[in-house]
Design a protein around this ligand. Structure first.
Ligand code: GRF
Length: 208
């Protein structure tokens, strides 16, 4: 049975979508733990209520990024994961940490990468006059919001959108796409070929 560890920082709605899909679709995998860097993350309550082990590694308690990442890695590895899923985990990761989980750590970013890496993606997409926005699931590499793309979801930017309206439209797609991508990984259906990720069963990696 493959083991999944999910990292969150707040609301945890993507984590929820993954936990629910895991139960509904009877994945051959275990959600070994949900870990947050914030003790007050709402998502921790949901995880505990659904019988998932939880842990907190509070970044404020560590003097440096390296010290925090070292402790986080120790806690994650205590759950012996096959896959680490970043789901709204709002920390910049050190190269040593990303190297340790290379090829077995996924992230979801709320833009059509490589456009709009970093924060405030929805505001920036609206300001740039984009007609489409979306979200990307990708393997994590040392460079922030880079790494081979597993799946993308596209939504229209509508006249009158503000960041929160657009974020809500994108989030609906995130909740469809991320559980699917995680399941593909668990089932061994993803192969990285250079910069491209191939879904071996030929399922669509494009969502809309
Ligand atoms: C999502 O939009 C995700 O793409 C981004 O942060 C948000 C997290 O939301 N990385 P949630 O915590 O999963 O509800």
């Amino acid at each position: 049975m493959k083991r999944i560890v999910i990292l969150i920082s707040g609301r945890g709605s993507n984590m929820e979508a993954i936990v629910k899909a895991h139960a509904q679709e009877a994945w051959q995998a275990e959600i070994a733990a949900v870990i947050s860097n914030r003790p007050d993350s709402a998502g921790l309550k949901f995880a505990a209520e659904h019988g998932v082990a939880t842990a907190v590694v509070d970044h404020k308690a560590y003097p440096s990024r390296e010290a925090f990442d070292a402790e986080l890695q120790r806690v994650i590895d205590g759950f012996a994961p096959d896959l680490v899923v970043l789901a709204g985990f709002m920390r910049i990761l050190t190269p040593g940490f990303t190297r340790h989980y290379e090829g077995r750590m996924l992230n979801i970013h709320p833009s059509l990468l490589p456009a709009f890496t970093g924060l405030h993606t929805h505001e920036r997409a609206i300001e740039a006059g984009c007609r489409f926005a979306g979200a990307t699931v990708h393997f994590v590499t040392a460079e922030l919001d880079h790494g081979a793309i597993v799946a993308q979801a596209v939504v229209p930017v509508l006249d009158g959108d503000d960041a929160s309206k657009l974020a809500a439209r994108v989030l609906v797609q995130e909740h469809r796409m991320y559980p699917r991508a995680v399941r593909w990984f668990i089932e061994g259906q993803l192969r990285i070929e250079g910069e491209r990720v191939v879904q071996l069963a030929g399922e669509s990696q494009s969502f809309s």
